[in-house]
Design a protein around this ligand. Structure first.
Ligand code: CP3
Length: 342
């Protein structure tokens, strides 16, 4: 087994850092687009054979050191009772968002085996098909990021309505965040039981909150999730934009912390301390550079992070218009690092 990812998360010595890319299964791959023409987004998520095929595509085509389950963070609000649609070229839409106390009647902490059993079925199939070639990463959205969509009802750059909801109805917000937390713990635990080797918590909108509000509305719940799971499966916390909380994230006992490109590797290490594995932080837009320049930039990034307790990745998801050979150049650059003699 290629266990570079698991070794890096344990802080063990590796010949070179492992590499994978957030959102590595997706629209930049023609093989994904062919499946996308035939099946709706949730059909792709809910059919284990399709989820498995899509999950394996970047392993086979790009040669990443880890697979990440093909699914979406929004399957959790869906399982809790909310309608979630994915609108072509627009993104997620929740037509009946949560706004008031009475909307609580429409959501519940579900039995994850009943509502999300298809995910665990997909994981079991993926593990079989992977046959230990690389580890499998499971994932969930952080409660705060899920609340953003549940309240705002759609994507946003600022999620003002979700922030205002937390400040004006804190009790209601905390009730929902706790329901999301309880669901997520059961969900990630079942993913690990089904075979996920690592789980990542995506707090894509963590950076929209002040440090004090991030503690109150996000970290408090992430801490519960990590605490419940860390003895069963290594957890990576990716809170985009929330670099100010790296010390607190490290203190949760998470095995890894994801970072975006708005912080230097040195500063991230200083804030996070020595123990935690750092993951990131290549600007996804730099994948539009010519492949030779991608290689130079990637090698520079690895030199700055060092090769131990480090997972090479992008600082956020890969963009759909990135040429496949540029994605491959990114991965190959990491793989060639040990040959550099640096
Ligand atoms: O990383 C992977 O390849 C695994 C699959 C994965 C998807 N979504 C598939 C997907 C993962 C890990 C996610 C996480 C996710 N989903 C996040 C957190 C990570 C991040 O990027 O910040 C968020 C915020 C979402 C919500 C979501 N789902 C949005 C905003 C969108 C629309 C924007 C977009 O990228 O198209 C989705 C749809 C989605 N999820 C697609 C994929 C491959 C595109 C669907 C399609 O059009 O084919």
């Amino acid at each position: 087994m290629n266990d570079l990812l698991l070794k890096a998360l344990k802080g063990e010595q590796v010949s070179r850092p492992p590499v994978w890319m957030m959102r590595q299964a997706g629209r930049y791959l023609p093989q994904y687009m062919r499946i996308r023409e035939k099946y709706s987004f949730f059909e792709r998520c809910q059919t284990p054979e399709l989820a498995c095929e899509i999950t394996l595509q970047p392993v086979d085509i790009i040669g990443v050191d880890a697979a990440i389950l093909f699914s979406d963070i929004l399957v959790v609000p869906q399982a809790m009772g909310l309608e979630v649609q994915l609108i072509e070229s627009k993104g997620p839409l929740l037509p009946d968002p949560v706004k008031t106390e009475k909307d609580l009647a429409r959501i519940r902490v579900p039995d994850v085996d009943e509502e999300l059993g298809y995910v665990f079925g997909a994981i079991r199939l993926i593990k079989k098909e992977l046959n230990d070639r690389v580890p499998l990463i499971g994932f969930a959205g952080a409660p705060w990021t899920l609340l953003c969509y549940m309240v705002q009802g759609k994507g946003s750059k600022t999620f003002d309505e979700a922030r205002a909801f937390c400040y004006t109805k804190p009790e209601l917000a905390h009730t929902i965040l706790q329901m999301l937390t309880d669901t997520t713990i059961a969900y990630l635990r079942a993913q690990a039981k089904a075979g996920a080797d690592v789980v990542q918590v995506f707090d894509s909108w963590g950076g929209l909150l002040s440090p004090a509000d991030f503690e109150k509305f996000s970290l408090k719940y992430i801490r519960q999730i990590v605490d419940a799971l860390k003895d069963e499966v290594p957890v990576i916390v990716f809170a985009k934009g929330a670099w100010f909380a790296l010390g607190e994230i490290a203190a949760t006992g998470a095995a890894g912390a994801g970072i975006d490109w708005c912080i230097t590797p040195a500063k991230a290490r200083e804030l996070a301390g020595k123990k935690i594995c750092l993951q990131g932080n290549f600007d996804p837009a730099k994948l539009f550079l010519p492949p030779r320049e991608i290689t130079t930039e990637v090698h520079k990034m690895i030199r700055e992070f060092g090769t131990t307790s480090y997972i090479a990745n992008l600082g956020h998801g890969i963009l759909p218009t990135v040429p496949v050979d540029h994605a491959k150049a990114f991965v190959d650059a990491v793989k060639s690092f040990s040959d550099e003699g640096v």
